[in-house]
Design a protein around this ligand. Structure first.
Ligand code: C2E
Ligand code: CA
Ligand code: CA
Ligand code: CA
Length: 278
């Protein structure tokens, strides 16, 4: 048993070594991909559930390697955070999304919003607000049409710091959404104090909404919470009409998901909007 244990232990640390080596390899590959312009943004439309008209889009980072394969953002974002590249990368995302917003406005889409994901490391960076101001100045993007998505888990940490930073972000004119809502444990009281505009129901809760064996769903609770706090609610990961109908009935304002559109390259977005009648 002892030998097996030691063997098991050896195996464990050996595989950890590979894991770390893999991460370092990916870190370098990501750095190179970023420098060589292999990263791009895909935009996934968000629609008004009552009218089915597009209201905006979420910018989602994409990495396509030389062999044509995509690396999932869930994998490489954590590497970017770990290596610190996320600061530069996040600024690039923000800048690119702002430029796309400006471009869409020149095409006549004047009510269109763009949502940008902001990671915790970015948000906590001492120059975060300076970077935000600089990007707005450089791109001339109107802040009222930009929403920052922060995750609920982020919202739970350091409430005082968060509250102050959100206040500053709001002063600049941007909107704030809490992403993956329902996965954390924000108290009602706490939410009320934060300067947020939207709650984004996590895909997992949209997924289980048609599961009739359950009583009142988490999605329903989030929508009710939104109503109480006067916050708009958007549902993510809507894949079929049944989900859309239930959400609409519950009073959810907007939605995003494969039912309406998959994330698409910037070049396709304008075409899609034309077809969507916007
Ligand atoms: P997220 O912010 O929760 O983004 C929503 C994810 O759900 C996206 O995955 C999107 O492609 C996917 N999705 C949208 N509609 C549907 C649907 O109907 N069904 C299913 N099954 N999935 C749907 P993606 O693009 O792989 O992004 C994964 C995560 O990576 C994002 O989750 C976000 O946390 C992170 N991420 C992506 N881009 C950025 C970025 O620019 N900055 C930061 N910090 N994080 C990013
Ligand atoms: Ca998001
Ligand atoms: Ca989300
Ligand atoms: Ca998510």
């Amino acid at each position: 048993a002892k030998v097996q244990q030691r063997a098991g232990h050896f195996y464990f640390s050996h595989s950890m070594g590979i894991e770390i080596r893999e991460r370092v390899k990916m870190m370098h590959a990501l750095r190179r991909a970023f420098d060589e312009g292999q990263l791009f943004l895909a935009y996934q439309p968000q629609i008004d559930l009552a009218t089915r008209r597009p209201m905006g889009a979420e910018a989602l980072l994409r990495w396509q390697t030389e062999d044509g394969n995509f690396v999932a953002p869930d994998r490489f974002i954590s590497i970017a955070e770990y290596s610190g590249l996320i600061i530069e990368l996040g600024e690039w995302v923000l800048r690119t999304a702002c430029l796309e917003l400006v471009r869409l406005r020149t095409l006549g889409y004047l009510d269109f919003m763009i949502s940008v994901n902001v990671s915790q490391a970015q948000f906590r960076h001492p120059r975060f607000l300076d970077i935000l101001r600089q990007v707005l100045t450089d791109t001339q993007a109107p802040a009222e049409f930009i929403e920052l998505e922060i995750t609920e888990s982020m919202a739970m940490e350091e409430p005082a710091f968060l509250s102050e930073t959100l206040h500053q972000v709001k002063q600049l004119g941007l909107s704030i959404a809490i992403d993956d809502f329902g996965t954390g444990f924000s108290s009602l009281n706490y939410l009320q104090q934060l300067h947020v505009d939207r709650l984004k129901i996590d895909r997992a809760f949209v997924n289980e909404i048609t599961d009739s064996s359950r009583g009142s769903s988490i999605a329903e609770m989030v929508i009710q919470l939104g109503r109480k706090l006067d916050l708009s609610v958007v549902a993510e990961g809507v894949e079929d009409e049944r989900q859309a109908a239930i959400l609409a009935n519950l009073g959810c304002a907007s939605a995003q998901g494969f039912l309406f559109a998959r994330p698409m390259a910037a070049a396709q977005l304008a075409d899609w909007l034309k077809h969507a009648g916007l």
